[in-house]
Structure formats: C-alpha cells, structure tokens
Design a binder for this molecule. Structure first.
Ligand code: NIG
Ligand code: FE
Length: 397
C-alpha cells in the first residue's frame, strides 16, 4: 500500500452502500479501521494497519466523511440584526417580510455590493464552515433578483469553486422584486435559464403561499428541467402549499424544509426517490414546528440535513450545531443526522460519485472527531466536534 497519509487506528464510519432510508440506519462502521490517502483520493479503507510518509494517529477517535451542507444561501451582503429584534418581540417571518424586511432587504444590500466584496464575504464564511468539518457546500443565488444581479451572484458562486467544493443552484425564483410585475418576473426567470444552465447544477423555487404558487413554480421548474438542470424546491416551509407534491410530480432531486407536507406529497416523492433536506436550524431560529419525521421515516424517504445558512431565517453557519438541533428539536436519531450530512447530502447535491462516504477512489474529504463516540456530536451541542479536517487530501483545519 503506497499512501502519502495514513489515518488510524480509528472508529471509521464509512457510510458505504448508497443512500440511507428508514428506521435502521447503518453507518458502515469499521472499528478499528485505517484509511490511506494519495493525490487527494482515498486509496485504502480496511482493518490492516498501513504505512505512509505521514501517519495521523487516531486511536480512540471517530473518522468520518467530510460533512456536506446541502442547502445554503451564503452569498449575501449586510445583516438583518434589526429584524432579529422584531422577531424576538413577537413578529413572524411573514409579518417582517410584509413590513418591507425579509428577503428584499438583503436583496437591496446584495445589489449594492460588487463581485469582489461578495466573494470576500463568502470566502470568510466558507473558511469558517470548513473549520466545522464542512468540505462541500451547496450555494444558491436569489438575492440579486434582476437578470444582472442574479448572474453576478452566480459568477461569484462559480468563482468560489476554484478554492472550495461548491455546488451552484439558481434561485431566481426566491421572491418577486418590486421592479417587475409578477408575470414579468416569472418570464424573466424563465428567460435566464438557458444562460445559467451551464453554470448552475440545480434550479430552485421558493414555493409557498404568499410567494411562488405551485403552478408558477411548476412553470419555472419545467423549463429548468427541459434545459437539463436538476430540480430543488423550498417546499411547505411555513404552511402546506403543494411544494412537496410538485417535487414528486417533477421528480425533484430534493425538496427542502418540508415542515408541513401533505400525505399525498410524501407518497409522491417516495415514488421518485426525492430526498427531503431538513433544515432544523431554521425552525429553531424562527420558533417553528418540527416536521412529521416519523411519517418520513416510515415511508422510507431519504433524509438529508443542512444549515439553510442565510441572514434572515438561519444565521447559523455551524452544521454540527444544526445536527444537534436536529436531534433535540426534530428528534432525529444520531444515525439520521450523520447520514443526513454525509451520503444522503451527497445524493441531494449530486456529488455521490466522488463524496459522502469513505471508499476507495473517492475524494479524501475527511473529518477526524475529537470524540470516541459519534453520538457526542449532537450531545455536546454547539461545540466544534472536529480535531482535524481534510479536503482533497490537504489538512485544512
Ligand atoms: O430558506 N425560504 C426562503 N428563503 C430562505 C430565507 C431567506 C431570507 O429570509 O433571506 C430560507 O429560509
Ligand atoms: Fe433556503
């Protein structure tokens, strides 16, 4: 075995074996296990001790795949700390939005910022995410909301790929900008799709009562699908609005938030293998309900977990913190949140061929926990669980 780096003997959570679903989630544990890395790739996973130029001792520690955050809005300027105060005084997310706050207030600041400034802010956030073990991040547009500003955001997201593992999503349908009529903005978003299709991997829509209706969302997403983009939907976040059903009707890769899905929606997405991306940090920050996790589990719908990092409903950068919140507030099991930020998040972002599990040939994106038991991630809530973070074979934190 010719490896540059060997890590072991560790309790290795391989997560080999594809997407996880249902009541008994197996993390593919190899204990004690050794992992060998060469040229940025995993070249060995097994129980035999191996030699290498550099040995990272890992006795009594857990080694697992780098975390994947499958849902963020991390490119934006400004903050919404004033709204935070309104929220604490009892105003709801929708009330704040109607009072001129919400998404449009971040849109105004993001439009004013140039590409360099947005990139600088995004890089700082991605570096902090890396320190929490997050080696791949899905990032959405959606704070530009003019053709020019949406393309500016998408360019920033693509340029971040030079340094980070970033998966770009086009979210022109995040809200309705006041400069356009409703119909005009929908047409504008549709007309942008041929232009964004080679840069973005997914298209997403905020399908919710009071934002994009199910039929408006369908129109936009059908066009995206026609141009080869994968489909994601912000579905049933604030009330049941048909988004989960639409995800099933269109064969979406993921439907996200999903606090108030209909029974019909759950049945439909089960059939087409859509992954539910749960965002427990958002429910926690907005003081909202938990989703019907038991029904999702019973139906065997795969669950992923993300931060939804954004300045309005989830100013939470730490995916490990959100894993803890997922356990406390959503009553997810430790195995569900771990699969939810590794192999299932890889499927939700379309990177499962290269990431999400520890297996030969995949990218050497790894996290060595400072714990001997992976359940401690959620238990020591708010702590950074990482002792070492490796991205593409390089130690980055
Ligand atoms: O995912 N739901 C829509 N979009 C974001 C919130 C964005 C914002 O408030 O700026 C979300 O929660
Ligand atoms: Fe979101």
């Amino acid at each position: 075995m010719d490896a540059d780096v060997a890590i072991g003997p560790a309790r290795v959570l391989t997560l080999q074996g594809g997407v996880r679903r249902g009541k008994n989630i197996d993390l593919g544990v190899m204990d004690p296990g050794w992992v060998g890395v060469r040229d940025g790739k995993i070249v060995y996973v097994g129980t035999e001790r191996i030699e290498a130029k550099r040995i990272i001792p890992a006795e009594g520690k857990v080694l697992m795949p780098g975390f994947i955050d499958p849902h963020t809005h991390l490119v934006f300027a400004g903050s919404r700390v004033d709204e935070f105060e309104m929220k604490i005084k009892g105003k709801s997310y929708m009330e704040i939005r109607e009072a001129g706050g919400g998404i449009m207030s971040t849109v105004r600041k993001t439009r004013e910022a140039d590409k360099e400034e947005l990139k600088k802010l995004a890089k700082e956030r991605l570096k902090r995410m890396l320190s929490y073990g997050v080696t791949t991040v899905e990032v959405k547009t959606g704070y530009g909301l003019t053709r020019e500003d949406e393309l500016k955001m998408l360019d920033v997201i693509c340029e971040l790929q030079e340094e980070f593992n970033v998966v770009p999503t086009f979210l022109g349908a995040h809200d309705f900008p006041p400069e356009y009529s409703r119909e005009e903005w929908i047409q504008e978003v549709i007309s942008m799709i041929p232009e964004v299709k080679d840069k973005a991997k997914f298209a997403d829509v905020f399908c919710e009562d009071g934002v994009f209706t199910k039929e408006e969302s369908r129109k936009i997403l059908m066009e995206a699908k026609k141009h080869g983009l994968g489909i994601k939907i912000h579905a049933d976040e604030i009330k049941s609005s048909g988004g989960t059903e639409l995800a099933g009707e269109l064969g979406a890769i993921s439907c996200d938030h999903v606090v108030y899905p209909s029974e019909k929606g759950l049945k439909l997405i089960k059939k087409c293998g859509t992954i539910i991306v749960l965002l427990p940090g958002t429910s926690f920050f907005l003081g909202g309900d938990r989703p019907p996790v038991e029904r999702m589990r019973e139906e065997g719908i795969p669950l992923a977990v993300g931060t939804d990092f954004n300045p309005g409903s989830s100013p939470i950068l730490s995916l490990p913190l959100v894993m803890g919140i997922g356990q406390v507030h959503y009553r997810l099991t430790p195995e569900e949140v771990i699969a939810g930020v590794t192999i299932n998040a890889a499927y939700a972002t379309g990177v499962q061929e290269r990431k999400g599990s520890i297996e030969q040939g995949k990218d050497a994106d790894l996290v060595l926990l400072k714990y001997r038991d992976e359940r401690e991630i959620g238990y020591w809530i708010g702590e950074n669980p990482c002792e070492l973070v490796m991205k593409g074979g390089e130690t980055v934190g």
